[in-house]
Design a protein around this ligand. Structure first.
Ligand code: ZN
Length: 491
């Protein structure tokens, strides 16, 4: 027998072979077993989700020689003919290529004649939303008064385009997208049955798509890898970036290690110089990290590197992952705008180190924060030693200062503190000159507010709540050196 592609070879032949879609299958099985059949079914869902597969199985159920059943035998003439696509009583039409009303009239003109061999004359119309208005009217006439032997199975990716009059005459079933975990599990089963050697990463690479896409991709990858599926080869075939490298980049950012970040970018540039995809992969990892921090149970388990994601998530704060994700997604624009894409990527990654939030702003009352929050750096004690009154902060800053503009940041000990001061400086020196405004303003406000809260609570804990809004207003107006120098806001 000649080679058959995986997607066709493994197309389910019965409802029990289908993965997922239990909500649809259960309703169909019940209808078949109780004999409560409708004359028109509409299957909706995205491409590759299994709409025509369900419709073909339903056709077998209706026409199987053993009688109307939810478990067609798969061996009788009718079942085999349907499986092989040569049943005269299953009329399959792709509406995308037969949109004209003449086509529909021609299709439906024999509907009143009884089926040639089987029990039902079944019309399976795929992409039914492509029909013209006149075609829908012709179809509607038949749907209004269908002969008892006619059965309509309609499939569409876009049910909104169907006239309400047609929709109201169909039983509609919405097929859901399969979860990546389900796709990986099923793919694993199929590949082991096909005795194809596949590693976990290779299997996960096809998972975000549909089952059909995952199988088509596997076919291509098996041919590419000469019968094997290895993650590195699949990546090469797809042109995707090595996820492990991007995980290393995230680790280096969390370590405040710009040298490692740059050397990793250099490595990526040698092997798969696709810098936008690198950012996309980074955003995907940061998204997974945020899920791991907030709703760990919702984490996508189809990736083999899940443990690494959880480990990185524990080393970052929720603020970090949110801000980094924002930088990664809006950084795509920078990669296009930059003189070279690599420079754009490097700037985005270094920005994450430079602007990493210093302290998590915690409401005064929130004593028991979740453990994922970064422990507070020893901010308060250090500020205390820096002095508290009036002009003193500026005087304290001056000696340690390697910046042009003194600010009221008074904590030299923590590496995060230093980077926050740099943030302020940038924002003060060139408030309008960069398109990357949102991370700027975020860090800016964050650091100011934080420092105010700190100094307030130290000076006069009871006045903190009342004083804050005023201080923030000040900090926004006074984004100029003069305002910073005569900084009295904290008092
Ligand atoms: Zn049969």
């Amino acid at each position: 027998m000649s080679h058959q592609v995986l997607a066709r070879k493994w197309r389910p032949g019965t409802f029990s072979e289908m993965v997922g879609q239990q909500h649809v299958l259960q309703a169909l099985v019940n209808a078949l077993e109780t004999g409560r059949l409708h004359h028109a079914y509409l299957f909706t869902g995205t491409r590759g989700v299994g709409k025509t597969t369900v419709a073909r199985i339903l056709a077998k159920c209706l026409n199987c020689d053993t009688g109307v059943t939810s478990t067609p035998c798969g061996e009788c003439g009718a079942c085999l003919e349907i499986a092989e696509g040569r049943s005269v009583d299953l009329i399959e039409v792709d509406a995308a290529s037969k949109t004209k009303v003449e086509d529909t009239r021609e299709l439906l003109e024999n509907v009143q004649y009884t089926p040639t061999r089987a029990r039902y004359k079944i019309y399976l119309i795929d992409e039914v939303h492509m029909l013209s208005n006149h075609s829908f009217n012709a179809l509607l006439k038949t749907l209004e008064e269908p002969p008892p032997h006619a059965m309509f199975l309609l499939a569409t990716t876009d049910p909104q385009k169907l006239p309400a009059t047609v929709l109201s005459r169909c039983l509609q079933f919405n097929l859901k997208n399969m979860q990546p975990e389900q796709i990986v599990a099923h793919l694993t089963h199929i590949l082991s049955a096909e005795s194809v050697d596949a590693d976990a990463e290779a299997r996960a690479l096809g998972a975000p798509s549909s089952m059909r896409d995952a199988l088509s991709l596997s076919d291509q990858a098996i041919a590419f890898g000469e019968g094997r599926l290895a993650g590195a080869e699949v990546r090469e075939m797809l042109g995707t970036v090595d996820r492990g490298q991007v995980l290393e980049i995230v680790a280096a950012i969390l370590e405040d290690d710009p040298a490692t970040v740059l050397s990793l970018v250099a490595h990526i540039a040698e092997h798969a110089p696709d810098f936008v995809s690198t950012l996309d992969e980074l955003a995907s990892i940061l998204h997974q990290m945020t899920i791991a921090q907030t709703v760990p149970d919702a984490l996508d388990t189809s990736w083999p590197d899940q443990a690494r994601i959880v480990e990185l998530a524990a080393r970052a704060t929720i603020d970090d992952t949110q801000l980094f994700w924002q930088m990664a997604t809006s950084g795509r624009r920078d990669v296009y705008l930059a003189s070279s894409a690599r420079a754009g990527l490097e700037m985005v990654l270094l920005r994450m180190i430079a602007f990493r939030p210093a302290v998590v702003i915690q409401p005064q009352a929130a004593a028991g924060d979740p453990p994922v929050k970064k422990p507070e750096p020893p901010a308060t004690p250090v500020v205390r030693e820096g002095g508290s009154e009036g002009a003193q902060p500026a005087a304290t800053i001056a000696p340690r200062n390697d910046q042009t503009v003194p600010t009221d940041q008074t904590v030299p000990s923590s590496p995060y503190r230093a980077s926050v001061s740099a943030t302020d400086e940038t924002a003060v020196e060139m408030p309008e000159s960069t398109p990357q405004s949102s991370p700027h303003s975020t860090s800016h406000t964050t650091s100011h507010t934080t420092s105010h809260t700190t100094s307030h609570s130290k000076d006069n804990p009871s006045a903190t709540g009342a004083g804050d809004p005023v201080s923030i207003d000040h900090s926004e107006d006074g984004a100029a050196p003069s305002a910073s120098e005569s900084d009295e806001r904290g008092v």
